[in-house]
Write a protein that binds this ligand. Sequence first.
Ligand SMILES: [Zn+2]
Length: 326
Amino acid sequence: MFPFAADRRWLSALLAVSTALALAVTAAPHARAQGEETPEQLRQRLAERLKEDIGSTTKVGTGARSGKDKDKGPDKDREGRRAGGKSTTLPSVAVAASAARPEVHWSYTGDNGPDRWGQLSPDWKQCAVGTRQSPIDIRDTIRVDQEAIRFDYRASRFSVVDTGHTIQVNVSSGNFIEIMGRRFELMQFHFHRPSEERINGRQYDMVAHLVHKDSDGRLAVIAVLLERGQDQALVQTVWNYLPLERGDSYDAPVSIDLNQLLPKDKAYFTYMGSLTVPPCSEGVLWMVLRQPVQLSSQQISIFSRLYPMNARPLQAGSGRLIKESN
Ligand SMILES: [Zn+2]
């Protein structure tokens, strides 16, 4: 049932960077992928899945994490959730609290939708009270000669995870960007439909978020806007290895090169924001590439069968400075 056992590196990368997603949602399937799920747990999970409204509520169960993962999980959670200086105290609180509340549901619509995230868990308060939240409508930018983002991407192995909130691709180590004197490593990328961010009010068909982390645990996310048009080769490779079941992971037998997902023009908008999913931690450096990349209608429809709408609504700009490349 779970033939795609994740190796330790994948697991630790996954645990470290599922910040753009619910940590426990991605961790639990890997615990199961290591063959630690009892038949009873399996039956229960199947029953839950049948009850689930696809595309809305998803079960989050930190309690399902295995003992072996606990060695690594909480530490990695701390790293993954530490989005910047201001957020350093948040993660340990979150881990301790979630141990007492093994199940927290969140979704993009309904009773556990975005306007409720901040109330669903004390660890997620930022979702409601934060003033540096993402996504935003990018407008009233200041145009300056921004330093170029130095992309150091290479062909890499990957696994595709259906997290219950998105399709996430965990990539093997060795992919970096350099910006503002810091080197960030690519941990994972994932998709939203439609795009969460808008440019002067315009929303795109989809967006890919490439989540990077530096050695201090700071996060930098590159957003690649996706619009309807030609086939996108890298997206197709990812779709080819979609796991059949929600919660499962598929270790692809081929490589991808993230350079293939980048537009020719690397001009970008940049601002300080947050994770766009609980716990909505702030201190995330956002870089939204201005030139969109095309993907085909068929490629969009494949994603939308799984996730018709997984975009957090716009958040207040609150006077934040947004820079744009000349
Ligand atoms: Zn995202």
